[in-house]
Design a protein around this ligand. Sequence first.
Ligand code: ISL
Length: 580
Amino acid sequence: DIDRAWWKEAVVYQIYPRSFNDSDGDGLGDIPGIIEKVDYLADLGVDCIWLNPVYESPGVDNGYDISDYRAIMDEFGSMADWEELRDALHERGIRLIMDLVVNHTSDEHAWFVNSQSGKDAEYRDYYWWREGRDPEKTDLDPEDYDTPDDVEEVPPNNWESFFGGPAWAYDDQTGEWYLHLFDERMPDVNWETPALREELFEMMEWWLDHGIDGFRMDVINLISKPDGLPDGEDPTVIVEGVDKFVNGPRVHEYLGELHDRVLDGTDSMTVGEMADLSIEEAKRYVGEDGDGMSMVFTFDHMRLDMTDAGRWSHRESSPRELKESMTHWQEGLADEGWNSLFLNNHDEPRQVSRFGDDDEYRRESAKLLATLLHTLRGTPYIYQGEELGMTNYPFDSLDEVRDVDTIKNVRAAQKSGRLDESDVMDLVRYRTRDNARTPMQWDDSEHAGFTDDEPWMPVNSNNDHINAEDARDDPDSIWHYYRDLISLREDRDVVVYGDYDLRLPDHESLWVYTRTLEAEGEDDTLLVALNFGGDETTFEPPADLAGDSAEILISNYDVNVDAVESTTLQPWEARVYDLA
Ligand code: ISL
């Protein structure tokens, strides 16, 4: 009676190819470099790889600006290399999902080149072209837009880009504006155009025919823009227009079509990346009557440490807020839908630096966070280096930052006076996506075993003690702990399918829950107790469980018990009790 699926049972490992392993000494990671590490992945025990974009791309946004969906970027290798990687993974029982970026392309994609060439061009309607407006008839200030001197226009609406500044760029060739919700070199494609949808569906089929096991769908809830492209009207939003283009009017129609046309009848998984999503909305994507998507990446818990001013701000958030936010999703998708579990990825700072303690209790807190992600209900994602407890990078100046999102947003915030010089670097260090993009730390050598030459991003000098080689030699390492958690998931259905029940909800620093699965008339129950912080804390177990016989399945401290009893938990102590 369990509703099984391989992607529910899987642990996914995310690879950011540019920073994983460089095989040819050009300082950029590549696909042959990943092939060299396939045994590493198999040893860790992961079931599926999510590969960030490896397609042909000018690299404005490290591959999220695709110029050819059916070719591999030269620096990363060839299609033959990619096939070898796929086979090497599949031989070891590891599945492979690819990044699907279909909200926008690169401005160097052949479709856009044609589209831009004239108002009557064959591919004109593959993108969003509109005439400008007379500034007199709007609230917009022409000073804010980059147009030639003789053009007295503002864009068709007030929407802004997620990377800062306007979402429209003026094009000299045809005198019209085109929409880009990200960088201006990443124009949004127009899903209203049936031929565009058809091309994208064929491209997806082409990849499925090449043996992939699913897609991670980039910003997929942005693909439908409302008729008439109205101005954003919500004064509380950070990025003007999100009230119009997030979860737009036809998004479910498009995704339903995509599902019927491409995915139905395949055993592939899909995970949709969705900023700004309520549980009700999530169910329309992943629920029983939804679009057939396997799961969603949601971001509520990634916003707790921001003020109303959004991503380029910082406030202290508490463990209790994290507990409440993630519990909300655990409960919200308990009966339909499925959660993806992550605390970092290629767009977010390192989890041990953000939610744990990357100093005195780095090892303990990294293990506690791992315990959480691998014992909540949902599919855990490991971002490369997380299994080593890799930390944020101590950026000194903006010159060290490569990320287009950081650079443009900081510039825009400075221009508007929201950020002064003094807090810029604190915020950049805390928030920049580049924290996640420093090279993988394989060993303690000069370039961390990532490359023989200068890496494209600096290596964190803490590779002298945080690296894969040492971690594998040390049975008490974070790496071994991840391996144990992964095999626990394989052994016990309750870890995957058990119900989540929050206990001691009002506790400020303890996060306690049970996972329960009724199987063949018997309850299989785990009790998880996590001490979120650097202080010892008394754990008074919930009355109904106190005294029950139990043993410790896994913990980041050396403990043994034979019952659930009142006890003192050490700093960042994590325990999983087996009540069976
Ligand atoms: O980085 C962010 C939050 O940390 C977001 O603004 C991010 O841009 C958004 O979550 C969308 O991310 C995805 O699409 C972008 C790309 O830059 C990101 O790397 C990708 O994950 C545009 O394709």
